[in-house]
Design a protein around this ligand. Structure first.
Ligand SMILES: [Zn+2]
Length: 288
């Protein structure tokens, strides 16, 4: 099994990483994509990789990138191209240890509906996010790396999804490879995403009572396009969320087992088959 999107550099998982990696491997974990969300964590991801590469050979793959939230007006970060230049430097200096670009993407959540953010600031944030996504795609194509892409709209809106499909169609030049991680958007865009040859990463959301929409997306996604992920420490599965006695209330890579169980149920196949096919998908995408 694998976890195709995890943030080992984010607390509380950062402090808990030793045990989280041990749990994961003990329960059959084979690969995980350790994802950055800014320049600092891009360096940190590589540091963690160095620390564990002897203990767990071939377990950790690395993805470096800048999360769209970085350019939210609340964070007052602007210099997109400077940051991308710096990211490229990290990439160039660590080529052989970098397997993917991201996480990047668009996030209009908490941005379009916020009355305290004025029009110009909002437009600037959106333009910065789009520029950042386009530049990440250029890097992915230049270095022939897959991407892990984030998309989050305001509730009942689809601007991000539409824009991401639009940007990947024009900038991706057909050859771009990657995964839409934690896609929770509308059904009607699923076909377009799959036509772009992207995989979809399913996580703890499919174990939630409120996850009907995502379970329907899963039903319609062919097994060959499915990846397991956690987005840990975020989005812990239902068993972790609902168990009040637990001391660990955050996600960790071994939680993909609970995700795989739901996939096996919905696809009506054995869980071993879920692990086998999704591992092949992971290898094809991130280990090539
Ligand atoms: Zn993430």
């Amino acid at each position: 099994m694998h976890d195709s999107h995890v943030h080992l550099t984010t607390q509380p998982l950062l402090d808990y990483r030793e045990r989280a990696l041990e749990n994961f491997v003990k329960q059959g974990g084979k690969y995980l994509l350790s994802c950055a969300n800014d320049l600092e964590s891009s360096c940190k991801v590589l540091e963690i990789f160095e620390n564990y590469k002897l203990k767990y050979q071939d377990l950790i793959q690395n993805s470096i990138g800048i999360h769209p939230e970085t350019f939210h007006p609340d964070n007052q970060e602007r210099n997109v191209l400077d940051k991308i230049a710096h990211l490229k430097e990290i990439l160039e200096n660590n080529k052989k240890n970098i397997h993917a670009i991201g996480e990047t993407g668009l996030e209009y959540y908490n941005l379009l509906n916020r009355s305290d953010i004025d029009f110009d600031k909002r437009e600037e944030a959106i333009e910065n996010q789009k520029t950042s996504l386009r530049e990440h795609i250029k890097l992915a194509l230049e270095y022939n790396l897959p991407m892990t892409i984030h998309s989050r709209d305001e509730k009942d809106s689809d601007f991000c999804t539409k824009e991401i499909i639009n940007i990947i169609t024009t900038e991706g030049k057909v050859t771009l490879r990657g995964a839409m991680h934690s896609y929770v958007g509308e059904q009607k865009y699923l076909d377009q995403i799959l036509e772009l040859n992207l995989c979809i990463g399913f996580n703890g959301i499919i174990t939630y009572k409120s996850g009907d929409n995502v379970r329907r997306l899963l039903e319609k996604t062919p097994m060959e396009n499915i990846l397991l992920e956690t987005d840990a420490p975020f989005l812990p599965p239902q068993s972790v969320r609902s168990d009040k006695k637990r001391t660990i209330r955050f996600g960790q890579p071994a939680d993909v087992i609970e995700v795989a169980k739901v996939i096996a149920e919905i696809k009506n196949i054995k869980i071993e088959k879920v692990f086998k096919i999704t591992n092949e998908n992971y290898e094809r995408l991130f280990l090539n």
